[in-house]
Design a protein around this ligand. Structure first.
Ligand code: F0G
Length: 457
């Protein structure tokens, strides 16, 4: 088959079928596996040094240089510029966080927080959405759809409103944080509250998109993951193009971790970095599928020859035992991650590890992030709680350079935050355990003397 400089390829080592980039496929039509975007690098004029991408900031009046995704466009070269849809995503920051470093047990100067809450819709999803929408516009799609724990739907809705496409989102009824639901509604997405959870929504959206020929933007869309690679490029940029020792990311549907592994594998192949950082993927203990598959069942990617049957049987066992995920970190309340194959590959590329953390630890870590200059939603704080655990376990040393990804803004889920501080969590979301950093609001009379007294006490 004749390819453009980019093409789609089945990731199944026994299949490896290839398809052009103008096809909208969300699984390999031959074997059903996930697809990757591949590039003929020798035909792409990739800048010789990473710093050359950073230099584009000087020409930021060009929207593609302003975008923190398209600034790196040669590394996701699947779409002509005229189709690119950008909302100024990726103006994110990497902050050295000594207060949080002390909490997790790292030396001063060794912890950085990559804050993706600065994106237009308030989460990292916009990195992927700009890429998926650019592809959607290239193939002439007009109706876009996703299943979501909230942030994907918010991001999809924002980009659809900007690109004048019809947005259709499936969310589990009562399962998504209000900030995210509010966004989907405000941006005008047709929002269907399905009686079920995220995994149900994911299964239904695959069937419905197939039946109605909608353009699917969940992370089974390989173009979306190309955009999410740029989070890692910006982490390197924030470290003056040095490679950290560890990148720690929350794990839900496992799109982010998958794209981070691909990003580092490609940068190494291109000679743009000399070594690859280690990756830690952190589940909530209430949704620990990856942890179980990797640590209990010992599944390894094994250069593509992994035991897929173990995963299949695990998902089947979940159905048989009616096992349902349950966590305050609703964004990662996912039990059947669709990208698990790719995540296993990322763990292999990066010498990765997987851990689970409790809701109580997630909420304490979130409060620490809030106290030290950045706020985040519960799922994001799993990365910080994961760092603390890995340092306690001696897997990460106190002098190593660690980057935790804060995936979403604090305002996404105010109910969880107020619940932590007051002890009155939203219905059905009570978190057991001590709230070490709770900041309880003080009731006081509408009276100056009473206020003065209250402040001074
Ligand atoms: N953090 C936040 C804030 C998220 O919204 C998500 C996923 C994750 C972490 C997990 O990332 O899926 O790449 O492993 N949210 C999806 C959604 C599933 O529908 O918004 P992942």
């Amino acid at each position: 088959m004749n390819h453009d400089v980019a093409y789609q390829q089945c990731m199944n080592a026994g299949c490896r079928a290839t398809f052009g980039v103008t096809e909208s496929l969300f699984a390999c039509p031959k074997c059903g596996s996930l697809l990757d975007i591949r590039y003929e690098w020798e035909r792409i004029a990739v800048p010789k040094r990473l710093a050359d991408f950073g230099a584009r900031w000087a020409t930021r009046s060009n929207p593609l240089d302003f975008s923190g995704v398209w600034r790196f466009r040669e590394l996701l070269h699947f779409c002509p510029d005229r189709f690119k849809v950008t909302q100024g995503e990726g103006q994110t920051l990497l902050q050295c966080a000594d207060g949080v470093a002390q909490y997790v047990g790292l030396d001063k100067g060794r912890l950085h927080l990559q804050y993706e809450g600065c994106n237009p819709s308030g989460s990292f999803k916009d990195n992927g959405m700009t890429a998926a929408f650019s592809h959607a516009s290239m193939v002439g799609a007009s109706r876009v759809a996703c299943a979501s724990t909230g942030n994907t739907s918010a991001s999809l809705a924002l980009y659809a409103s900007a690109a004048h496409m019809e947005a259709i989102v499936f969310v589990g009824a009562g399962k998504i944080a209000f900030g995210k639901l509010a966004q989907a509604l405000d941006y005008g997405a047709r929002t269907f509250q399905v009686e079920g959870d995220f995994d149900d929504c994911m299964a239904r959206i695959k069937e419905v998109t197939e039946a109605l020929k909608l353009y699917l933007v969940n992370s089974v869309n390989p173009f979306r993951l190309e955009g999410q690679k740029t989070i890692m490029y910006r982490v390197l940029e924030g470290l003056n193009w040095q490679v950290p020792d560890w990148v720690i990311v929350p794990g839900g549907n496992l799109g982010n971790s998958s794209s981070f592994g691909k990003a580092f594998g490609e940068l190494k192949e291109l000679g743009l970095i000399e070594r690859i950082p280690r990756l830690a993927v952190v589940n909530s203990a209430g949704a620990p599928t990856l942890d179980r598959i990797v640590n209990e069942k010992q599944v390894r990617y094994n250069a593509g020859k992994f035991d897929a049957d173990v995963i299949y049987k695990d998902y089947e066992w979940q159905d048989q035992t009616h096992l349902r995920p349950h966590t305050i970190a609703s964004a990662i309340e996912i039990a059947k991650p669709v990208n698990i194959d790719k995540c296993l590959r990322a763990l292999e590329i990066c010498g990765g590890v997987v851990r689970s953390v409790s809701d109580a630890d997630i909420m304490d870590a979130k409060a620490q992030v809030g106290r030290h200059g950045l706020g985040c939603e519960p799922a994001s704080a799993a990365s910080v709680a994961g760092a603390k655990l890995l340092i306690q376990q001696g897997v990460i040393g106190p002098a190593e350079r660690v980057v935790c990804i804060l995936t979403g803004h604090a305002l996404k889920d105010p109910d969880a935050t107020v619940g932590y501080h007051t002890g009155k969590y939203p219905k059905g979301k009570a978190v057991k355990g001590k709230r070490h950093f709770s900041n309880v609001p003080v009731p006081v009379a509408n009276d100056t003397a009473a206020l003065v007294k209250a402040i001074q006490s």
